[in-house]
Design a protein around this ligand. Structure first.
Ligand SMILES: Cc1cc2nc3c(=O)[nH]c(=O)nc-3n(C[C@H](O)[C@H](O)[C@H](O)COP(=O)(O)O)c2cc1C
Length: 273
C-alpha cells in the first residue's frame, strides 16, 4: 500500500495536497490543466513527517494517508479563529501568575490542557515533548527546597544580590522559586534531541495561554529549569527518565486575584528588510 490513497471520485485535482506538503513528496500528473491524480514521489517518501497537511488541506476528504485518514481528522468549526481584538486581549491580558489560591487542581483539567497543547508545533513534527505533572503542593515545595539548597552552594561571584534576596525570602517562609504553586508542569525531552528545547518552549508558551480558558494561571519556572540543568541534586529530585532532561516548566494554579489593566511594554524592535 502506498503512502497516500486517492478517492478519485472525490478528488478535484486542485493540487492543495501537493502544495501543502512541506517535504514535497506529492506530485500531480503532468500537463495543463492537470490531468493526473496526486501520487507520491516514491524515492523521497521516507521524508514524510506525518504532519497530515495533505489530508487536512484536501477540501474533498479525498486523500487518505497510510497513517492518517480524513475521518480521523476532526473538521474545524467555522468560527474557530479569534478576532484580532479577542487575540490581542488574550495575549496582552495573560500575566505570569505568582499568587495562587490554595485550591487543588483537577488532574482531568490538566490532562485536557495537555491534550490541547500537543497540537503546538514541534520540530519536524517530532511531537517529542513529554510531561511530568506534579499536583501536590508539598512535592512542589520539595523541589523549591532542592533549588534553594543548590543556590546556597553557589560561590561568591555567582551569589549575586538577587539570589541572596531569594534565599532571605525563603528563610522568611516565602517561596520565590515556585511560589507555593499547587501544581507544576514540566516539559522534558531526550538530552540528545537538538530540537527538544525549542519544541518544549513553544508547548509551554501555548500552555500558558491555554490555561486562561480554564480559569488557571501559570508562570515560567525559570529558576527550577536553570537549577535542573546545573545541579545534579535538583535533576535527581525531578526524577525524569534516564537520558532525558528538563526543557522548561510552569507553575500552575487558580489565580488569587485578577489583573484589570495591561502593563506597558517596549515597542517592538524591528528591522524591516
Ligand atoms: C524563560 C522565562 C523564565 C522565567 N522564570 C521565572 C521564574 O523563575 N520565576 C518567576 O516568578 N517568573 C519567571 N518568569 C516570568 C517573567 O518574569 C515574566 O514573564 C515577566 O516579568 C513579564 O511578566 P508577564 O509574563 O506577566 O507579562 C520567566 C519568564 C520567562 C520567559
Amino acid at each position: 500500500m502506498g503512502l497516500i490513497t486517492i478517492d478519485e471520485s472525490r478528488c478535484r485535482r486542485c493540487g492543495c495536497c501537493a502544495r501543502a506538503c512541506p517535504v514535497g513528496i506529492i506530485a500531480l500528473g503532468e500537463g495543463f490543466p492537470i490531468t493526473g491524480f496526486p501520487t507520491t514521489v516514491e524515492k523521497i517518501e521516507k521524508g514524510c513527517i506525518t504532519c497530515g497537511h495533505c489530508v487536512t488541506a484536501c477540501p474533498m476528504a479525498a486523500l487518505s494517508h497510510v497513517r492518517m485518514k480524513p475521518e480521523e481528522c476532526a473538521p474545524l468549526e467555522p468560527d474557530w479563529r479569534l478576532t484580532p481584538r479577542q487575540l490581542e486581549q488574550l495575549v496582552k491580558g495573560r500575566r505570569s501568575v505568582r499568587n495562587f489560591r490554595p485550591e487543588p487542581l483537577d488532574p482531568d483539567v490538566i490532562a485536557t490542557l495537555l491534550d490541547i497543547v500537543r497540537y503546538a508545533p514541534t520540530g519536524m513534527n517530532s511531537q517529542s515533548v513529554s510531561w511530568k505533572v506534579i499536583l501536590d503542593e508539598q512535592e512542589v515545595q520539595w523541589l523549591s527546597l532542592a533549588v534553594v539548597e543548590w543556590l546556597r552552594t553557589l560561590d561568591g561571584q555567582e551569589m549575586h544580590g538577587g539570589i541572596r534576596g531569594m534565599l532571605k525570602a525563603w528563610e522568611m517562609g516565602r517561596d520565590p522559586i515556585l511560589r507555593k504553586a499547587p501544581g507544576l508542569v514540566i516539559a522534558y525531552g531526550q538530552a540528545e534531541d537538538t530540537m527538544a528545547s525549542s519544541s518544549a518552549t513553544i508547548a509551554l508558551a501555548t500552555l500558558d495561554l491555554a490555561a486562561l480558558s480554564f480559569g488557571l494561571g501559570a508562570c515560567w519556572a525559570g529558576f527550577l529549569h536553570q537549577a535542573a540543568l546545573s545541579s545534579p541534586g535538583v535533576a535527581t529530585a525531578l526524577a525524569l527518565p534516564p537520558g532525558h532532561h528538563m526543557c522548561g516548566g510552569m507553575m500552575i494554579g487558580y489565580p488569587e486575584f485578577e489583573y484589570s489593566r495591561i502593563p506597558t511594554r517596549n515597542p517592538a524592535r524591528v528591522i524591516w528588510g
